[in-house]
Design a protein around this ligand. Structure first.
Ligand SMILES: Nc1ncnc2c1ncn2[C@@H]1O[C@H](COP(=O)(O)OP(=O)(O)O)[C@@H](O)[C@H]1O
Ligand SMILES: [Mg+2]
Length: 183
């Protein structure tokens, strides 16, 4: 995968498959510390311990056919190529947190990609799931919580076209502010 936003979409898809009702996405672009951290947390069903041990190993299989996919392994590989790593913390019934970090300036570090499009698609396609989004860039912060937006909407569906249009503009502006016009 060429872009981090695609990895994020893929990892969030795991949370959705695990019946999460609240998913948090945290991105910290720490320029000074030369470190990029991406953390995705959910309140889904969690991962059993025996599976967790091998979850980022692309060669692990318990049978002839893989019973585990490659999403986490590929994301882990991308991080490890950039002096980083990926960690999965999970417990059955407790939810899951996936944390990846990268050396920010590493030549192999994939670009962020279309974060706004990723967020809008996730919200549009999963109106019953709540998303918390926190993005830090060089110390500046952008925070979004669909629970707050839904409260403001007073019963209007969050995935109505008008609402999504507004949300798209809102996120665009916030990200432009965050990147100070350079992103
Ligand atoms: N957030 C999560 N909650 C519960 N189970 C998860 C989560 N993320 C991953 N898993 C488990 O780990 C497996 C491997 O995930 P992944 O590497 O993305 O491959 P795939 O999704 O193709 O199976 C999933 O099939 C699922 O059983
Ligand atoms: Mg997956």
């Amino acid at each position: 995968m060429r872009e981090l936003s695609l990895h994020i979409l893929d990892i969030v898809q795991n949370s959705i498959s695990a019946d999460a009702t609240l998913i948090s996405i945290y991105i910290n672009e720490d320029i000074e510390g030369d470190r990029l951290t991406i953390k995705i947390g959910d309140n889904g069903r969690g991962i059993p311990e025996d599976k967790l041990m091998h979850i980022t190993d692309p060669f692990y299989t318990t049978r002839k056919t893989r019973e585990v996919g490659l999403g986490l392994a590929l994301f882990a590989q991308a991080a490890r190529r950039c002096e980083g790593d990926l960690q999965v913390d999970s417990g059955v019934g407790e939810g899951t947190v996936v944390t990846a970090f990268f050396s920010y300036s590493h030549i192999d570090r994939p670009p962020m990609g279309d974060i706004k499009g990723t967020l809008i698609s996730l919200i549009a396609l999963n109106p019953g799931i709540d998303f918390m989004y926190k993005h830090i860039y060089g110390g500046k912060k952008f925070f979004l919580d669909t629970r707050e937006i839904k409260r403001e909407l007073q019963g209007i569906e969050i995935n109505q076209n008008e609402v999504l249009g507004w949300l798209r503009g809102y996120i665009s502006e916030a990200l432009e502010d965050l990147y100070g016009g350079e992103g």
